[in-house]
Ligand binder design. Structure first.
Ligand SMILES: NC(=O)c1ccc[n+]([C@@H]2O[C@H](COP(=O)([O-])OP(=O)(O)OC[C@H]3O[C@@H](n4cnc5c(N)ncnc54)[C@H](O)[C@@H]3O)[C@@H](O)[C@H]2O)c1
Ligand SMILES: O=C(O)[C@H](O)[C@H](O)COP(=O)(O)O
Length: 384
């Protein structure tokens, strides 16, 4: 059996080595010639999987080790009897930690000691939005949740859903929707001129869904006007050919790495390994946990002398500080458009190992119950 796989999928040999031969190719430039004699195709989000790639091949199973599926023509796969699996939720916690870290930086920038004074509007409350909401709620943030497709089908729970306009009134608005077109509640350019017009200089807009959910031209125009909002973008229109001027205009610019914790990536591989095992009728014998190495930073310790807000900030940023990714991306913005696109992909391919908060043991000596609760809410392991 021949497996053709994006070379950026981690642990290909460990998970799939027993199934057959693995041919690694660049996901970005994968062509019909690369997959013609393949039985199994494993991709990430940068490969467009459609008739053009697969017609005439013998591929019977396609797996994407990502949450997003907008790069896959699922209808065509179905019509052609090709089985498809994605990895829902695999890196949801990684994205939630990316947002938390940005919130802590933003609160500090605004001189807020207590970050929970920021109200947060979450747009798209699926695996990512729910994980984020869960952490923020436990930390004590006031939330507004916007998810029209869910609102249509679900009873109102403790958090009734709000409209996009109501979510856009929050101090922080963070986007976690898939990219959809031509269907109810489509998200393509969902945030455009009129949505951006109402945002003020006090507000922070984060996009960690897909770049096309925000209309870039409208955003650039808004950022040139008086009192523009503060913006953090992890995703961009036309990746990897991102708009260098927009990078200049926003506060934080990262190269689509919100979900790039090692745990998130390895869980993506694991979920597709499980799906392929089921497809082939083989037992599932391997688990992501057995392949995760010891983290470089395994323990931090705070005493009763620690300032509580500082302690959370220090631990959170020890695990992930988006300013490092922002600096790396900005450093690549000087060359030609082709050089910049190649650099964007290189930053993603060579991404340093980033571990989630659950990999860090936090030792607390004589600290308050509320500090313990905050660490637990974020997902750290506590040692009291
Ligand atoms: N930046 C990154 O690294 C990164 C990582 C993971 C996922 N993503 C993106 O984030 C998206 C969301 O991930 P997820 O795991 O939560 O997906 P999910 O499918 O679990 O949830 C998406 C939610 O968005 C809602 N939604 C759809 N249209 C909407 C609209 N018009 N307004 C508001 N809500 C709407 C859906 O009802 C659903 O509840 C993915 O599709 C992917 O594109 C990005
Ligand atoms: O959809 C996802 O899971 C994320 O956007 C994922 O992090 C994308 O990473 P890529 O497939 O582009 O490496």
């Amino acid at each position: 059996m021949l497996i053709v796989a994006d070379e950026n999928i981690p642990l290909l040999d460990s998970f799939f080595g027993d199934f057959g031969e693995i041919r690694r190719v660049s996901g970005r430039t994968m062509s019909a010639g690369d997959v013609r004699d393949a039985d199994i195709l494993l991709v990430r989000s940068v490969t467009r999987v459609s008739r053009e790639l697969l017609e005439g091949s013998r591929v019977r199973f396609v797996g994407t080790t990502t949450i997003g599926t907008d790069h896959v023509d699922q209808e065509w796969l179905k019509q052609n009897g090709i089985s498809f699996s994605a990895a829902p939720g695999c890196n949801a916690n990684s994205v939630a930690e990316y947002v938390l870290s940005i919130l802590s930086l933003h609160a500090e920038r605004r001189g807020l000691d207590d970050w929970t004074r920021l109200s947060v509007g979450i747009v798209g409350v699926g695996n990512v939005g729910r994980e984020l909401a869960h952490k923020l709620e436990r930390l004590g943030f006031a939330l507004r949740l916007c998810d029209p497709p869910r609102a249509e089908h679900e009873e109102e729970g403790s958090h009734p859903f709000v409209t996009l306009d109501e979510a856009l009134e929050c101090d922080v608005v963070t986007l976690h929707t898939p990219l959809t077109r031509d269907q109810a509640h489509s998200t393509y350019h969902m945030v455009g001129e009129s949505e951006l017009a109402g945002l003020t200089a006090e507000q922070l807009l984060i996009n960690a869904g897909r770049g096309e959910v925000i209309d870039t031209k409208a955003l650039q125009a808004r950022l040139e006007q008086a009192s523009p909002p503060i913006v953090a973008l992890d995703v961009w229109e036309r990746e990897p050919h991102i708009n260098a001027d927009l990078v200049d205009q926003v506060w934080l610019a990262t190269p689509h790495i919100a979900g790039y914790s090692l745990e998130g990536k390895v869980q993506g591989t694991e979920m597709i390994y499980q799906a392929l095992s089921r497809f082939l009728g083989l037992p599932v014998r391997k688990k992501a946990g057995q392949f995760l190495p010891e983290p470089a930073l395994s323990k931090v310790s705070f005493t009763s002398a620690a300032d509580e807000d500082d302690a959370v900030r220090i631990a959170l940023r020890a695990c992930y500080d988006p300013r490092r990714d922002d600096a790396r991306l900005r450093a690549t913005m000087k060359g030609s458009p082709e050089e910049r696109a190649a650099a964007f992909d290189r930053l993603r391919r060579d991404y340093p190992v980033r571990r989630e908060c659950s990999s860090l043991k936090v030792q607390l000596k004589g600290t308050s119950k509320s500090l313990q609760d905050s660490f637990r809410a974020i997902g750290f392991k506590l040692k009291i």
